[in-house]
Design a protein around this ligand. Structure first.
Ligand SMILES: NC(=O)C1=CN([C@@H]2O[C@H](COP(=O)(O)OP(=O)(O)OC[C@H]3O[C@@H](n4cnc5c(N)ncnc54)[C@H](OP(=O)(O)O)[C@@H]3O)[C@@H](O)[C@H]2O)[C@H](O)CC1
Ligand SMILES: [K+]
Length: 585
């Protein structure tokens, strides 16, 4: 394989290149899936998140630090507009005034709180409001009457929520690509048409079955939009005999809250086909069934009355769950339709889970526990080719980092730092990268912490960035030294005052009697510096910088054929140069 041209950097002699440093173990970190173990399948290992694990080993030689000119750290603005509390709602005729303490206004969670929001949603599940059929219809009328919405707008947002929830649970992969959307004659069907369009743009391959078309411009427009994307429309009678073979996901958008009686043709048959799909043992691989607002055929308030109805894997309730949703026992219950204004929340006393961040959907019930050994993503990513990467690994890192920021990843600067002590015992923890320039990676910490102890005994360390949403991982290995005192001083005073006080309060990694110890000390300091005077940086707090000798850029690919490009240092004509090699996945 032709090797890319080596990139030359000036030679630098390390003060750590001593024989003792050279013999110290050097940590390496990489993400591994936890190996499947022999265990009782009926009692699976429980984990509520797809959790990456770090495996650290100790090997190796010494490394060479370079002088640091850190760039200004990328700071997250803690006061982004969506964090502000919503302004008080204007009072509209026929609606009560917004009460200051109105329960469960869907306030946006603070930044960095997405996972907490999920937990809050779970806690709130028991208290979520369920609407009667009449209230659901009435709310719809009010939204489209005095509250100024059009049906097109609400349908667009509803359909987007459905597509977002589908993409969140059934992440785009080889196993989850082909979606059949079955649309009914009313607005529930319209939500399905909108969801089909968004799913197409998310990268899925939707097909639509829309047997009773509504001759209104809104619907014919949605159909035209789908036709322009060459999304196939399949007549009900032409649907493949075995839906399991042809589709990974089926979206049931047949009936919503206006359903009554028993289903009439052709929907009776279509519902029956979905019911037979749910029968256990019917097929090795069954498509996931996602119901929009109501599982079609269920009584809007009583649910699956005789127990013979469809059993969706996922329900996306719109505006608020309807009473029938209390009977939904599938693993994924979401709320969508992020458009409900305070007048409606107050008038109906709606208790709803908050939407995390900018998401269009919120989980209502806790995510199901996961069998760790079954966690397996089949990654679909652009290829990472030698001819496309930057010759300098710092440039390549900054390029990926910018892409992670642009993609809206939460804390892309979070990295696992692995250190190894004198005895060769490794330890890992997450820290936040605070600066990166052409030569070093910088972070700040307590010089009394375990990592600091390890580093005082052994300067070799490994950093690991894992950007799950982008199927990317970056490993960096090298040697660590403290940043100059004045740099730590400068950074310390750039932090929020609360963080400065926190740094003084915490004697990191020491055993304490309880949380109150910290709170008490914090309170006292808060009082002491309440006049706004300068908070002195404690001498046991400061920065470290790692000078890399090795980078590895990992891009997940289909069938485990991942891309791994390693940059290591070589001597070329008396200069140190970065050498790029492809590693087998
Ligand atoms: N505010 C919101 O929450 C929004 C929700 N949206 C979605 O809209 C639906 C409700 O839409 P609606 O048009 O009122 O009703 P449906 O989609 O449920 O269906 C009505 C049509 O279905 C026919 N129908 C009713 N029962 C049967 C049956 N047993 N067999 C066959 N057909 C049936 C009905 O015909 P009728 O002749 O009986 O009147 C209608 O043609 C809601 O659930 C959400 O999904 C909006 O998109 C956004 C705002
Ligand atoms: K439905």
């Amino acid at each position: 394989m032709p090797q890319p041209a080596a990139h030359h950097t000036p030679r630098y002699r390390s003060p750590y290149q001593t024989s003792s440093a050279a013999s110290r173990p050097e940590p390496q970190s990489r993400m591994l899936a936890v190996a499947s173990r022999t265990r009782d399948k009926s009692a699976p290992t429980i984990l509520s998140l797809a959790m990456p694990f770090l495996l650290t080993t100790a090997t190796g030689t010494a490394t060479s630090p370079r002088p640091l000119i850190p760039s200004s750290p990328r700071r997250q603005n803690p006061t982004t507009p969506h964090l502000r509390p919503p302004p008080p709602a204007r009072r509209l005729p026929g609606f009560p005034a917004a009460e200051p303490g109105a329960p469960f206004l869907p306030r946006p969670p603070r930044r960095g709180m997405a996972s907490l929001a999920a937990t809050a949603a779970a806690a709130a599940a028991a208290e979520v409001t369920h609407l009667t059929q009449r209230d659901a219809a009435e709310i719809d009328e009010q939204l489209m009457g005095p509250l100024g919405f059009s049906v097109d707008q609400l349908m667009e947002l509803a359909g987007l929520s459905v597509a977002a929830a589908v993409a969140e649970v059934y992440k785009l992969s080889e196993e989850h690509t082909r979606v059949l959307i079955i649309c009914g004659p009313g607005n529930n069907g319209g939500d399905g048409l909108v969801a089909a369009r968004h799913l197409y743009h998310f990268g899925y391959r939707p097909s639509v079955c829309y047997p009773k078309r509504t001759p209104k411009p809104l619907y014919s427009g949605l159909v035209t939009q789908l036709e322009s994307l060459s999304i196939p429309f399949i007549p009900a009678e032409d649907l493949p005999h075995d839906l399991s073979r042809e589709f990974d996901i089926i979206v049931d958008a047949m009936f919503g809250f206006s359903f009554h009686g028993t289903p009439r043709p052709p929907f009776d048959d279509l519902i029956q086909r979905l019911i037979s799909l749910s029968v256990i043992g019917n097929s090795d691989k069954k498509p996931a069934i996602v119901s929009v607002d109501i599982p079609s055929g269920w009584h809007v308030e009583e649910g699956d009355v005789d127990g013979g109805g469809i059993k969706p894997d996922m329900l996306v309730s719109l505006t608020a769950p309807k009473l029938c949703a209390k009977k939904f026992t599938g693993p994924h219950h979401f709320l969508g339709g992020r458009f409900v204004p305070p007048p409606i929340l107050n008038k109906y006393g709606l208790k709803l889970p908050p939407y995390p961040g900018t998401s269009m959907c919120a989980r209502i019930r806790k995510a199901p526990s996961v069998d760790i050994s079954s966690l397996r993503e089949n990654y679909i990513s652009p290829e990472l080719l030698e001819s496309q990467v930057m010759p300098d690994p710092f440039d390549q890192f900054l390029r990926w980092f910018d892409e992670a920021v642009t993609a809206g990843l939460r804390e892309p600067n979070a990295m696992a730092l692995t250190t190894v002590n004198r005895e060769g015992k490794p330890s890992s923890r997450m820290v936040l990268l605070k600066g990166v320039d052409k030569q070093t990676f910088v972070w700040y910490t307590n010089y009394g912490s375990r990592k600091a102890h390890d580093l005082s005994e052994n300067p070799n360390a490994a950093l690991l960035f894992y950007w799950n949403e982008m199927n990317r991982q970056v490993r960096v290995e090298g040697s660590v030294e403290k940043v100059p005192e004045e740099e730590s001083e400068k950074y310390f005073h750039s932090r929020p005052r609360g963080s400065q006080l926190g740094a003084i309060v915490s004697k990191q990694s020491t055993v304490i009697a309880g949380r109150e110890v910290l709170q008490q000390a914090y309170k006292e300091l808060e009082h002491k510096y309440s006049d706004g005077s300068l908070i002195p940086k404690p001498e046991y707090w400061g920065g470290y910088r790692l000078t890399p000798t090795l980078f590895e850029f990992w891009q997940g690919q289909q069938s485990r054929l991942h891309d791994r490009l390693q940059y290591s240092q070589r001597e070329v004509d008396g200069n140190t140069a970065w050498h790029i090699e492809r590693l087998s996945p």
